[in-house]
Write a protein of this length. Structure first.
Length: 473
């Protein structure tokens, strides 16, 4: 088990984890490696080439902006979203880019940032991941100083071509007290040691605190206190994002003229004169849509497990706190358990819409939220596994066909639907007392096989589905 909760849930900016956060991290990694090799000061120019889904929908997903920000030395979790426009405008107006904030090189996007829309992969002869990027740095005579190929594999995770070929990850191998490679192993290990899934994941996260990684919680106190504090810190970012999404009105950027709806929906729900037995569903939908409207506008979000599906987990978190009246301990159980489920998908299948369609994004988020909700409400490990299975079973085959390459239609509404499905899945599992036929492992395998069978034009390329048939909005 390589992945930490704090890598699965990581702070970034919208609108996409695989097309914005991933390319930004890859660009930043390239310039950092350039500097570590002592070649940054000798660099006279750079070239970035985007392939596959990144090339086909990169403009709508702000991949071009992300690459520039990464080359400038900005990180997704640290960049100020309010400062992004100014930084990009300066590069575009001057035709100059300061690599890693230090080395000035000429930069014209038409010449230095190339969208290879006619080529799926950086290497024609090798079938790899459809989110490929090639970076090259040159000296004053045009000689190559350094090259690098990276893949954005979903959820903001990146791997180099070498890591991809050797089936390793950027996280590397790690030692934890309770490793698990499948849902069955997760249940068996927890039963052997008399642990809930949340307790098992907590022990693993404590063991990972001293390991180099991303966004690991710092501070004082015991390991559990630090992990708990880190989880609540992520929750605060999610709440802030939800609040911004509700407070903001207007039209989302990108040219589709999609109107933000969360603000007006919140006003209607708040002003409703009489109790509505279905109001909780409306609020869950609202919370999910508010996050994804903020994501679509390029705001700060938490990948959960991706940006395109970032609204589901916080929506169910809000449901726990404000509808189910759960306490902070229940919320921590929710995140720990959801992370265990997300890790299974990340390490055994995919969370990339470009690889397996939206079943790997909103479908996985629904599965994570369903299992986490059962844990928060005091359900058993077996009920958690069942809820997670139901959450994915009824999202199988869901395509990723965003109109105009923008994370707006159908993505925003799809998060609301995914959140409501998560509640339904949790309730179905908690009412069941005699087991179930399908296991979570079987459904995860089925999801991945379905994604591999799905035609590439239905996987974040905007070449089919709604993206092709509904062109006027």
């Amino acid at each position: 088990m390589n992945t930490s909760l704090f890598e699965l849930f990581k702070i970034g900016i919208g609108p996409s984890s695989s097309h914005t956060v991933g390319p930004m991290r890859a660009s930043l990694r390239f310039v950092r490696e350039l500097a570590e090799a002592g070649a940054l000061e000798r660099t006279a120019s750079v070239r970035v080439e985007l392939y596959g889904s990144l090339a086909l929908t990169g403009v709508g997903h702000a991949t071009d902006r992300a690459v520039l920000l990464g080359l400038l030395g900005e990180a997704p979790d640290a960049v100020d979203p309010a400062a992004v426009e100014g930084m990009l405008a300066e590069v575009r107006a001057s035709g100059l880019l300061k690599l890693a904030g230090r080395q000035v090189v000429p930069f014209q996007e038409a010449e230095n940032l190339l969208f290879r829309r006619d080529q799926m992969y950086p290497e024609v002869s090798v079938t790899t991941h459809p989110n490929g990027m090639r970076f090259a740095a040159f000296d004053g005579s045009g000689e190559v100083l350094r090259e690098g190929v990276f893949y954005s594999v979903g959820g903001g995770f990146i791997v180099s071509a070498e890591e991809f070929a050797s089936a390793t990850s950027e996280t590397g191998g790690r030692m934890v007290p309770y490793p698990f490679a499948s849902g069955a192993e997760l249940l068996a290990t927890a039963a052997t040691h008399g642990l809930t899934i949340a307790e098992l994941v907590m022990a693993n996260e404590v063991a990972l605190l001293g390991t180099a990684g991303i966004n690991r919680p710092a501070g004082e106190g015991s390991g559990e206190e630090r992990v708990r504090g880190g989880i609540l810190g992520l929750w605060r970012v999610m709440m802030d994002c939800t609040a911004r999404g509700i407070a903001t009105e207007g039209i989302l950027p990108g040219g589709l003229n999609v109107r933000r709806r969360a603000h007006r929906l919140a006003a209607r729900l708040t002003a409703a004169p009489a109790p509505d037995p279905l109001a909780a569903i409306d609020w869950v939908t609202l919370w999910a849509m508010a996050v994804n409207e903020e994501n679509a506008a390029g705001g700060r979000v938490v990948t959960a497990p991706t940006n395109g599906a970032a609204g589901v987990i916080p929506a169910i978190g809000h449901y726990l706190r404000f509808v189910a009246d759960a306490d902070e301990e229940a919320l921590v159980r929710y995140f720990l358990t959801a992370a265990a489920i997300g890790i299974l998908y990340k390490e055994n299948a995919s969370i990339s819409g470009a690889e397996v369609g939206c079943q790997g994004e909103v479908g996985v988020a629904c599965s994570m939220a369903a299992g986490g909700l059962v844990a928060a409400l005091g359900g058993t490990n077996e009920q958690i596994e069942h809820a997670a299975e139901i959450g994915m079973e009824h999202n199988l085959g869901m395509t990723c066909d965003p109109i105009g390459g923008l994370v707006q239609i159908p993505c925003i509404e799809r998060n609301g639907m995914g959140a409501v499905k998560a509640i339904n899945a949790a309730r179905m599992a908690m009412h069941e007392t005699e087991g179930h036929k399908l296991s979570l492992d079987q459904v995860i395998e089925t999801m991945y096989q379905t994604g591999m069978d799905m035609q590439s034009r239905y996987k974040e390329t905007s070449l089919a589905g709604l993206a092709l048939n509904i062109i006027e909005c």
